[in-house]
Design a protein around this ligand. Structure first.
Ligand SMILES: [Ca+2]
Ligand SMILES: [Ca+2]
Ligand SMILES: [Ca+2]
Length: 392
């Protein structure tokens, strides 16, 4: 099961003196509208311990951001949009690190959170950006609360190291003593991304909820499951089980495109990237900083253990090499029951016997070897395939 890790907590992380703790910055959009980080300028700590536009110890200051203050529990925005002005936001920003992503995967969400407006005129305007993209924008009335007690977690996308989440608080139309009391938590977790032009993405606990209740149809696409070090022991088996569920018609991860081009049965093959160390999958960058915490889900032909898109005698090599042992799909576990055994061997030879470019003629006459059989170790070498022996 995907486990999330909290990487940023607004109140908890607010340093009362000195610089913000690493990852955090406090800003305002001094140079133009929200959405362009080049417009953002750091706030400075004042004599009260808050962050404001001038560190002169006098608050409020003059100018469009003069009332801005970021305090341990409360944010005060700048000018509103009244009169055609640019809305000036106070911004609490957190930039995710390579360590954050490696530990937990890159799927970001905000939960729990609680924003409560103290404003007696026209309310306030919280907005959340991931880099330059708007993720959330809410117009809250006087006294309103926007919180995780009434809303589901806010998905913030799949982040990579260096991506920044900007929680920006604006005044709405006018700023008449606007004040927003707040706390929020940003957590990172595993992600499941369908690699198509309009591919869906799922995050954290939403992955299991979606997979188990609705199912995820990959059709003829591949997919990428990214996880953190906290999930290393379980990720492959989790994804394998979801595919088995799908094959059994019990939601899970499945394909409605049951025929691979050329009129062959199709499957979804799960590949643990800690075995392959690919940095790119279907043109999508998958690894960074030598962290290979990904399961690659490859849409291919039934029996294609070596993932070259065809089924040939080369697909038997790893099955023979790992016969009788636990293993992954590329180790030869074609039927995804966790073991490399005669059932996998027979599955591939049956596909081969069905023709379709098979070079392994007379497959049915092959005697399945006992584990460690010398003759078949020789066969594996002869076939010249890339042998992946079990890793324990
Ligand atoms: Ca207002
Ligand atoms: Ca193959
Ligand atoms: Ca098997």
């Amino acid at each position: 099961m995907a486990r999330a890790a909290d990487v940023a907590r607004y109140q908890h992380d607010f340093a009362l003196t000195g610089a913000p703790i690493p990852g955090w910055s406090y800003l305002w959009n001094a140079n133009g509208p929200m959405g362009n980080p080049a417009n953002y300028v750091p706030l400075v700590r004042d004599t009260r311990g808050n962050f404001e536009t001038q560190a002169n110890g006098v608050w409020p200051d003059s100018g469009p951001g003069g009332s801005i203050a970021i305090t341990p529990t409360t944010i005060y925005p700048g000018q509103g949009t009244s009169g055609g002005n640019t809305e000036r936001f106070a911004i609490a920003a957190y930039t995710v690190t390579a360590a954050d992503v490696a530990a937990s995967g890159g799927g970001a969400q905000m939960a729990p959170w609680n924003f409560t407006v103290a404003d007696t005129s026209d309310g306030m305007h919280p907005a959340i950006y991931v880099n330059s993209s708007l993720a959330v924008s809410v117009n809250l009335g006087p006294g309103d609360s926007y919180s995780s007690s009434t809303y589901p977690p806010v998905s913030l996308g799949a982040l990579k190291p260096g991506d920044t989440i900007y929680v920006a608080i604006g005044a709405g139309r006018t700023n008449n003593g606007d004040r927003l009391d707040l706390d929020y938590t940003i957590s990172l977790s595993s992600t499941l991304k369908v690699l198509s032009t309009f591919g869906s993405q799922f995050y954290g606990s939403n992955i299991a909820a979606t997979v188990n209740t609705i199912g995820v149809d990959l059709a003829n696409h591949d997919a990428l499951y990214s996880f953190g070090t906290n999930e290393q022991a379980s990720a492959y088996n989790q994804v394998r089980q979801w595919i088995v569920q799908g094959q059994a018609g019990q939601q899970g991860i499945y394909t409605s495109s049951l025929i691979f081009p050329g009129n062959y049965p199709a499957v979804i093959a799960p590949i643990d990237n800690r075995e392959l160390h690919l940095t790119d999958f279907d043109g999508t960058p998958v690894a960074s900083q030598d962290v290979y915490n990904q399961i690659l889900l490859k849409y291919t032909r039934l029996g294609d253990t070596n993932l070259d898109g065809v089924v040939t005698d080369a697909d038997l090599v790893n099955i023979v090499a790992n016969m009788g042992h636990p293993g992954s799909y590329i180790d030869g576990d074609v039927n995804l029951d966790g073991m490399v055994d005669v059932n996998d061997f027979n599955l591939v030879t049956t596909v081969l016997a069905g023709g379709a470019g098979a070079q392994f003629v007379n497959a049915s006459s092959v005697t399945v070897p006992e584990p460690g059989a010398v003759a078949f170790a020789g066969l594996a070498m002869t076939l010249g395939g890339r042998i992946r022996r079990r890793r324990r």
